[in-house]
Design a protein around this ligand. Sequence first.
Ligand SMILES: [Zn+2]
Length: 231
Amino acid sequence: MKRIIIVFISAALLLLISGCGKNNITESSMSAADSTADSSSTVEQPAVKAMAKAHSTEIIDGVTYIDGILIVNKTYSLPKDYNYGLTDETLESFNKMKKAAAKDNISLEIASGFRSYEEQETLYKEYSAENGQKEADTYSARAGYSEHQSGLAIDVNGADFSMVGQKDMKWLEKHCSEYGFIIRFPKGKENITGYSYEPWHIRYVGKKTAKEIKKQGVCLEEYLGVDSEYK
Ligand SMILES: [Zn+2]
């Protein structure tokens, strides 16, 4: 009888010990998992970048398409004679969005849509003369490098930094992806896009892509794995 009790107690002790052991193991493996997660997020970045490099690039008549999406930024320019105005899809989608916004008592107007190479050249020269080229480059594109020439970009209600935080800009940020647009130069991505935060400048990419870009919280450069720098 005594023996049985001793065996029972040791079994209970063993259970306790192994219980503690288990807890310790769980804790240490959890912290190990945490530190793995931390280090893997830094390790993962090059992997993500490597994946981004696997995008398909096509150049058709001097226009670059990455994964079928037209790209214009400081790296990728448009031919001087790329002169087609706003695309039908861009205009139709904007008009749909405008109607929806009106229901929320928000007025959306096209302040600037398509701009030709020549118009951009004049605009950029003015800004450069006014503020110097270095500063002008943070908010205005050089001729041939403006997304406005693509016919896929619109400045909504103006192009002025005092518009940041206004209710129309907030509405745009919240809803434009539902109509296939992205805020092209988002806050916090200035070093990647090469431009200051512009809540008014939207770019048509189609609903599916716009929603995906919004969900991922990335800018178009990150989404397509490209840079934006004058070479
Ligand atoms: Zn713009």
